[in-house]
Design a protein around this ligand. Structure first.
Ligand SMILES: Nc1nc2c(ncn2[C@@H]2O[C@H](COP(=O)(O)OP(=O)(O)O)[C@@H](O)[C@H]2O)c(=O)[nH]1
Ligand SMILES: [Mg+2]
Length: 225
């Protein structure tokens, strides 16, 4: 499940790198990117019959795009479902390492906080990300260290058991809420180290509003308010 917004420079290379792995197919969720990412994805879908699906949405948002993609993916005849960013922050070459572990758990988390991980990003984003993870662990548990990453592999059955329509959060915190609901369902997690590269140095949409929204959402999810 590949959410895209203005990924013209990455989408083709990214799709080719993913499809290089046998047995994988992709659903691109594009929110009418003004740069034409959706049309590039359509062309590649036509060239790779059956292996690329494209959802075009009118609404915008990484969180709801992920839900739309998951709802689609979990109806397909697949064993597990990945989510990853399309901007090469997440390396498609890591896919086999996730698949090695998904036989032993319900969710494999590409983690920036376990031994062997590496995260290349500016100090401010590192601080925000570490703070967000500490905060999430404080309220939701220490069984997961990286609550906020976007590179994960789920068993399909785990996602099928979720009622996304009852989720409380929107936006960035949906990933955190997904892990929290899966915890409640008794799912098991394995974190594997990844090398994360922040491709959007200085221009991320992650600002003050996202931080306060995230902090509030953790509490709403945890305490059902
Ligand atoms: N469909 C969709 N994808 C989005 C949206 N915003 C970001 N993305 C995608 O989500 C992934 C992560 O976004 P990015 O801007 O790199 O977030 P950051 O790495 O947390 O700063 C990338 O693949 C983006 O193209 C959105 O509004 N809609
Ligand atoms: Mg990014």
């Amino acid at each position: 499940m590949l959410p895209t917004y203005n990924e013209k420079v990455n989408i083709e290379k990214m799709l080719r790198a993913i499809l290089a792995h046998d047995g994988l197919s992709v659903v691109v969720v594009d929110d009418s990117s003004p740069d034409g990412t959706g049309e590039i994805a359509d062309r590649l879908a036509a060239e790779n019959q059956g292996r690329i699906h494209v959802i075009h949405r009118q609404e915008r948002g990484r969180g709801t795009a992920g839900i739309a993609g998951f709802k689609y993916a979990r109806e397909q005849d697949v064993d597990c479902i990945f989510e990853m960013d399309a901007d090469f922050s997440h390396d498609p070459a890591d896919i086999p390492r996730f698949l090695e572990k998904i036989g032993q758990c319900d969710v494999v988390i590409g983690s920036r906080l376990v031994s062997g991980s590496r995260a290349v990003r500016n100090p401010l984003r590192r601080l925000i990300s570490n703070g967000a993870n500490l905060y999430a662990s404080l309220f939701m548990g220490w069984h997961i260290r990286d609550w906020c990453g976007g590179y994960k592999c789920y068993r399909r059955a785990a996602l099928q058991a979720l009622d996304f329509d009852r989720f409380r959060s929107r936006g960035y915190s949906i990933g955190m809420e997904t892990l929290y609901r899966l915890t409640g369902n008794g799912c098991t997690f394995v974190e594997i180290p990844i090398e994360f590269t922040d491709q959007r140095q200085g221009q991320s949409k992650f600002g003050f509003r996202e931080i306060t929204g995230y902090a509030a959402n953790v509490l709403r999810v945890r305490f059902g308010i």
